[in-house]
Design a protein around this ligand. Sequence first.
Ligand SMILES: [Zn+2]
Length: 416
Amino acid sequence: MAIEVTRTYVGSIQNQRQVCDGLDSLGDAASKIWNVARWTIDRIWDVIGEIPDEGTLKAYMKNQPCWKDLNAQSSQKVIEELSDAFQSWFDLRQNDAKANPPGYRKHGDKRPKSTVTFKADGFKHDPENNRVRLSKGSNLKETWADFLLCEYQTRPDVDLTEVNTVQNVRAVWNGDEWELHFVCKVELETNDSAGDGVAGIDLGITNISTVAFPDEYVLFPGNSLKQDKHYFTRAEYDTEGDNGPSEKSMWARRKLTERETHFYHVLTDTIISECVERGVGTLAVSWPEDVRESDWGKTANKKLHSWAFDRIYQYLAYKGERRGVEVLKENEWDTSKTCSRCGDDTRSNRVERGLYVCSSCALVANADCNGAENMRQKITPSPHGEDRSNGCVAQPSTYLFDRESGMFRTREQVVS
Ligand SMILES: [Zn+2]
């Protein structure tokens, strides 16, 4: 079966020196449009006491001289980003009265290099020759046909001649140089289902993922992630200068992001591979959303981690899609309180030291495994405890992230 999905591929610019001045002016223009629009919002607010919507703001901005520094669609995109930023602020303010509205884009008296998006008529792509032509706004053109011609290179396993359509191209300043992001529609061949088996995942903080496979429980601790966070955050604070983030602190921040991304990719690759090997075609992921407010007291920490959970879920979903594992988001309401063996949820609760003790059937189990098993049973409501023994839940396998190989290994493999 073939399905169409959206993917973003990064291209490094080969003729950086020839195009960087041009891209600098476009990135600066995007910041300027943002700032003028931001200023316009304040003025309208002062007069009518309302923040203008996207359409109104665009209508105002079209008469500003800076509008024509970029291709019209690129300028519109800046206004869309600003409107989105205001929308997020409205949402945030519901819970946090102190949230700040979107600010101006400036570093001291200079403007940062903003991302510039080129839509349909703003770029011309020549994938055969690894080139893309980016349109300038009429104010920045020296002749009527003036544009920036970028030569790029993608990762060796990416071939842009094979994608269906490039929807848009973004020029992004990565802190060192400009790079191109190609947002593409891609057709994927999906595999037939990996099997009839069902697995459940509990996402957590100490154990980033706990998976209940039909035949085994596996824990994936986040220890290396925690160490990286500690080390690089420290490096970031230590080098923070009086004039904002120093080069070194920006390096530390970038490095941490890279490490985290790598960790999440390896984690989700490993889980999906294990599913395929064990004939698991359905994977239920615990989802902390829509949980009743009263339950947030205990799970407030989980809410803070929801961005990480979302990332794990996204990675699992698209990796699973290709390999025949359907990934379902399931509400985790009650999964931590219910006994996975007898279904009792009245008296029992999560007890200390990560152990779940059932007062009804006397099950003593790793609490994360109990949660993951409940998740699994949401999809296959098997008689509680069928083919399970206490030992199975109490003594799960642990896969540790091994820095040396960049892979997950069982504890025995890491120690030996
Ligand atoms: Zn029980």
